[in-house]
Unconditional design. Structure first.
Length: 100
């Protein structure tokens, strides 16, 4: 059996060169992954420029920076945020009390 269903063919998924069928299906069905004509460099691949990997990473993550901060103040995340703050406060306070 193949990972591609009847509604997904190689052309639909955009199967390219060395990309496996599974990777192609994941790339096709994920709303966060996009295809580009340039080589898809991994996190440890050499870009040929000083700080090139850092620049690429910042450009890739930039759309999510605002969301990372805003999500902490949403009502559905209140319990997680408060428990994390209390845990970090107590974790920092415990050594101060113990070792004076």
């Amino acid at each position: 059996p193949t990972l591609l269903s009847a509604r997904h063919t190689r052309a639909d998924v955009g199967l390219q060169g060395s990309m496996t069928e599974a990777a192609a299906v994941i790339r096709d069905q994920s709303g966060y992954i996009f295809t580009s004509p340039e080589k898809d460099l991994g996190p440890l691949d050499f870009t040929g420029r000083l700080g090139g990997g850092l620049v690429r990473d910042l450009k890739r993550r930039a759309p999510f920076f605002c969301s990372d901060w805003i999500d902490a103040f949403r009502p559905e995340n209140l319990q997680k945020v408060v428990s994390t703050i209390l845990y970090l406060f107590i974790a920092a306070l415990a050594p101060a009390i113990t070792f004076g």
